[in-house]
Design a binder for this molecule. Structure first.
Ligand code: PRP
Length: 180
């Protein structure tokens, strides 16, 4: 069925307010250290850019790329690394920055992968938590918003690579009767 950009689920003002709170929480917990924020490509880039500016303390950042073997196929073992960190995380306080946790397999994979590199600590910071879709239990330390099972676009979330640059988070709605 054709889809169209639906109502705003989370406005840019609500996002900015919550990201500010998350930034303060990360700064508080890492006072006296320089945490390494690890953004997960590509969706988390927008969130990451705002989050680092909301942490009023020195932070470092790096990125990882992950992919699953096709849409809707995430399961244990289906996630693979497509881009790795450029630095060692041994002894570092790491914060994984994700835009969304759905089944949980991606974050579970990343956490296990990073744990093998002997960081001092690993925390997880996610903007959206689609908790009813969870298949594997993953620990979330900082959560922006819990949302129902809607397909969302904007603020980093895409449909076929589009919509990531929208400033608000929208629901993608099906359009009954529209020509496809
Ligand atoms: C999304 C999101 C997470 C993952 C979460 O990535 O950014 O990485 O899915 O899903 P899970 O909890 O079911 O594993 P996506 O594959 O859409 O890539 P993108 O970030 O490049 O948009």
């Amino acid at each position: 069925m054709p889809q169209r950009l639906g109502r705003v689920l989370i406005s840019r003002e609500e996002i900015a307010h919550r990201v500010g709170e998350l930034g303060r929480a990360v700064a508080r917990e890492h006072a006296g250290r320089v945490p390494l924020l690890v953004g997960v490509l590509k969706g988390a880039v927008i969130f990451m850019a705002d989050l680092v500016r909301a942490i009023r303390a020195p932070v470092a950042m790096d990125f990882m790329g992950v992919s699953s073997y096709g849409p809707g196929t995430r399961s244990a073992g289906s996630v693979r690394l497509t881009a790795d960190l450029s630095v060692s995380i041994e002894g570092r306080a790491v914060v994984i920055v994700e835009d969304i946790v759905d089944s949980g397999w991606t974050l579970d994979y990343l956490r296990r992968n990073l744990e093998t590199r002997h960081p001092r600590s690993i925390r997880t910071c996610v903007l959206l938590d689609k908790i009813e879709r969870r298949q594997v239990d993953v620990a979330l330390d900082y959560v922006g918003f819990a949302i129902p099972d809607h397909f969302v676009v904007g603020y980093g979330f895409d449909l076929g690579g589009l919509y990531r640059g929208l400033p608000d988070i929208h629901i993608l709605e099906e359009q009954p009767g529209a020509p496809s």
